[in-house]
Structure formats: C-alpha cells, structure tokens
Design a binder for this molecule. Structure first.
Ligand code: NAD
Length: 477
C-alpha cells in the first residue's frame, strides 16, 4: 500500500506532516493513514507537472511514445488487476466482482487512449486564395483532475488517460474517502516509464488540496467529477484564472418502462440500474417511470427482487450489495428514506440501515412506490440504493416526467417498439440513453451531462477535445 503523496516522480509526506485516516466502510476499521496534502503540496505537484510539460521529455516526444507508455501502463495494471480490485473494495465497500470490472475498464481506457496518442490531427482549411491555413491541436497544459469516491480508479483514468495521450501533464486529487488506488496507480505510471512530473497524486481534502488545485495559476484545466454543488464552487473558483473546466456532476436519471416492453427483462434492468454500485452511481436509474398498465406487476416483481438483495461482505463472491462508502453517506441515504416516508411515498422494500457481521455502513435495497414528481426523493440525487417509482399513462407524459429534472446525465427506455424507442431517445435531454439495457459503458462511447449534470464529455474521441487547444496557422502564399 502507498500512503504518501507522489510528486515529481518521488514519494513524499505532506509538507505539514499531517495524515488522515482511510476507513473500510464494511468493517468500520481504519485501513491506514494517508499523507494529507494541502496548498503547499499542490504547489509542489503543479511545479513538477509544469516543469515536465515545458521540458522536451513529454509534449515534444513522438506522440507514439506517449501512446506506448499508456499501453504499458494498461498491461501492468492488467497484471495487477486482483490487487487493485481488492484495494478498491477495501476502501469503497463495493462487492469485489464490481471492483474487478472497474479495474478491467480502467485497463481498457488506458489502452483506448494509448491508441489515440498518435492520431490527434488538425485540419487544412479552405480559406481565401493566397493562403495556406491549417489547425494544430496542442495540449492545454497542466491538468488538475479531481475525482469522487464511487469509482475511484476508473473515473481517474477517464481523465488521466486522454490528458496524457494529448500531451498534458496531470495532478490527480482523489477523494479523501478513497485515495488508495490512485496512489498505488503511481507505481504503475512509474513502471510504464512516464517521466517525473507527468503524473502526480496529491491526496487530501476537497476544500484544501482540491480548492488549491482549482485556484492555482499554473493549472490550465480542471477536469472534475463529483456533486453538482461542488461543481458550482469549482466553476466559480476557476473563473479568476480563466481555467478550462469540464464537469461531470450528479444525476437523477429516469428509467422508463413502457407497457410493450419485455417486462421481465425490464425489471431485471431496473434492478441493476439502481442497485449496482449500491446506487452510488452518477447515472443510476433512480427514477423508475412505469406505464400504468404494467405498473403493479413491475413493482411487485421489483420489490421481491429487492428483498432478496441482502447486503453482504463485499469480499464474499456471492455479495451483490456492498457497504455504502461512509457513515456520513449512510446517514444521508437514511435521511432521504425518512423524507420519502414523511412526504407520503409508499415503502415496498427495504428502508433500513444494516450491518453485516455486526459492523459496517450498509443500506437495504429500498423501493418507494407512488412517488409524486414534487417529492424530495423524486427530485434530489440520493446516491444510495433507493428507487423512486412513478406511474404514467402515455408516451408524452413519460417524456415530460423524464425531463422534469434539473439533471440530464442518463436515461433508460424499455420497449419493443423501435420507433417509440428512438423517438423517446431524441426527446430526452440527457447525455446517454440506453434502450433495453442500462449502465453500459465503453471507452469509445462519450459520457457526460446535459443541464446541471455538467458539461464536456469523457471517453471517446470527444474527451480528447477537453485536453486540447486549437491553433490556426496562416501562411501567405
Ligand atoms: P464531491 O463533490 O463531494 O467530491 C468530489 C471531489 O471533489 C472529491 O475529491 C472532493 O475532495 C473534491 N472537492 C470537494 N470540495 C471541493 C472544493 N471546494 N474544491 C475542489 N475540490 C473539492 O462528490 P462525492 O461525494 O465524492 O461523489 C459523489 C458525487 O459525484 C455525486 O453527485 C455523483 O453523481 C457525482 N458523480 C458524477 C459522475 C459523472 O460522471 N457525472 C460520476 C461519478 C460521480
């Protein structure tokens, strides 16, 4: 385990000497103490990243060499998949099989952007006669990557891989609940041959290390994933230095089951959409909109499934519902459950906190029926295993309810009618729409939000745009 900061190719304690505890949410035990980075450490890391960016050893390398390093990082991480997966489960509480998927996806993302490194091109432009005009794509510079605790390594790779492929250098600030895999990943970067300063990790608090990164004059871009509330603060803090900012924020994604769907398949999909990752998934299908004709059947089946989904030891291979990330998160989720009850929704499954072997911050798989759109549990992101079910009568009402949210991250549609599926997909204001499936991701498919779910896209070719400047060059002929 690595518990110091990784700055300029070296492991170092925090300048203050401070450390903070990292806990295992499934056992309530402290795993270790990690160096508590703050403004001075951010200064050191940004200086290292800046020096690397300005040197000949990084952005002026043949792009294929940068790609080769990313490819090597993918191979090394793949060879250490089990170790990283166990560590992810240890500090996050998610079932081990999910952590294995996360690390495998991280390997894919590194490999995908390894392939892009030597395929980033500008254009020649059809301007007025007498000129030869073209565009160059150049790296934006030093990137501050700030990530949350729900997919700690995977979401870091969504930023780090395209940034490095583009020729940027990176200072990564993991969430203070889950810094361990990000720190360990520095070993991978080092072994893959990245030069000192290309990739740095400063663990620490959001208001300290995170805010210092956002305000730093030598950081050119902030790539942030986290809550909408913190996203707003970051936008404001980034304004003084006119930083580039991309924000991947919260969601309250509608998952719509039409009466003509394969209902059994849709119910299984709805279950995964909300309970995978303990519901701590930004794109979780947390609002289930069900056409009234099949409503009773859907709710009955889903409640039966939820009741079988008992919280378990995340390291047990049969566990499908792990611990939520912290005592604080458990309290937040339980307070939303209380609000659901108080505002008149009908609790049909779960509703309680739980312990496994007498310990841990678990929450039962919870389903509320008869939710109205104005209720808190229909409007706010809960970020836990809590589903709100709303009924609708026709396609137009389904679309209206789906869009009745400040968020627009993702949506699901379950129907056998192909025309309806595509029509509804276009009508929904969200960055990802899944039809007859849910929660699928691929490095090639852009992901990101409409409305208060943020802006900018991660993954795919689009993600590279967030790490590149475009320069127009005019040559008089
Ligand atoms: P959070 O916003 O509390 O924290 C995210 C990160 O920001 C952490 O590293 C934190 O330390 C840091 N931070 C906090 N305050 C800061 C500040 N003032 N300046 C700079 N950095 C600061 O979010 P969280 O609770 O860790 O994660 C859950 C949230 O993330 C949910 O809202 C979820 O929807 C969102 N999320 C979005 C996506 C997406 O792709 N859109 C993916 C995963 C999670």
């Amino acid at each position: 385990m690595r518990t110091d900061l990784y700055i300029g190719g070296a492991w170092t304690p925090a300048s203050s000497g401070g450390r903070f505890p990292v806990g295992n949410p499934a056992t309530e035990e402290v795993i270790c103490e990690v160096a508590d980075g703050a403004a001075e450490d951010v200064d050191r890391a940004v200086a290292a990243a800046h020096a690397c960016f300005e040197s000949d050893g990084w952005r002026r390398l043949a792009p294929r060499q940068r790609g080769a390093m990313l490819g090597r990082a993918a191979d090394i991480l793949e060879s250490r998949l089990d170790e990283f997966a166990r560590l992810e489960t240890l500090h996050n509480g998610k079932p081990l099989f999910e952590s294995k998927i996360d690390v495998a996806m991280t390997v894919e993302t590194l490999r995908y952007y390894a392939g892009w490194a030597d395929k980033i091109t500008g254009d020649t432009l059809p301007v007025a006669p007498g000129f030869f005009t073209y565009t160059l794509k150049e790296p934006v510079g030093v990137v501050g990557a700030i990530v949350p605790w729900n997919f700690p390594l995977n979401l870091a790779s969504w930023k780090v891989a395209p940034a490095l492929a583009a020729g940027c250098t990176v200072v990564l600030k993991p969430a203070s609940e889950t810094p361990l895999t990000a720190l360990l990943f520095a070993e991978v970067a080092e072994a893959a041959g990245f030069p000192a300063g290309a990739f740095n990790v400063v663990a620490g608090g959001g208001r300290t290390a995170g805010a210092a990164l956002v305000r730093h004059p030598d950081v050119d871009k902030i790539a942030f994933t986290g809550s909408t509330e913190v996203g707003r603060t970051i936008m404001r803090d980034a304004a003084d230095t006119v930083k580039r900012v991309t924000l991947e924020l919260g969601g309250k994604s509608p998952n719509i089951i039409f009466a003509d769907a394969d209902v059994a398949q849709a119910v299984r999909g709805a279950q995964t959409a909300i309970f995978y990752g303990k519901g701590e998934v930004c794109a979780a299908g947390s609002r289930l909109l069900v056409e009234r004709k099949v409503h009773d059947q859907v709710v009955e089946d889903l409640a039966a499934r939820a009741k079988k989904l008992v919280p378990g030891d995340p390291f047990d291979r049969n566990t499908r519902l792990g611990a939520v990330v912290s005592a604080r998160q458990q309290a937040t989720v339980l307070s939303y459950i209380e609000k659901g009850k108080a505002e008149g929704a009908e609790l049909v499954a779960g509703g309680n906190g739980a312990k496994v072997n007498g310990k841990g911050f678990f929450v039962e798989a919870t389903v509320f029926d008869r939710v109205r759109p104005d209720m808190t549990i229909a409007r706010e992101e809960i970020f836990g295993p809590v589903l709100a079910v709303l009924a609708f009568d026709d396609v137009e009402e389904g679309i209206r309810l789906a869009n009745q949210s400040m968020y627009g991250l993702a949506a699901g549609i379950w129907t056998k009618d192909i025309q309806k599926a595509h029509r509804v997909a276009r009508a929904i204001r969200a960055g990802t729409v899944w039809i007859n499936t849910y929660n699928f991701y691929d490095s090639a498919a852009p992901f990101g939000g409409y409305k208060a779910s943020g802006f900018g896209r991660e993954l795919g070719r689009e993600a590279l745009d967030g790490y590149l400047e475009t320069k127009s060059v005019w040559v008089a002929l």
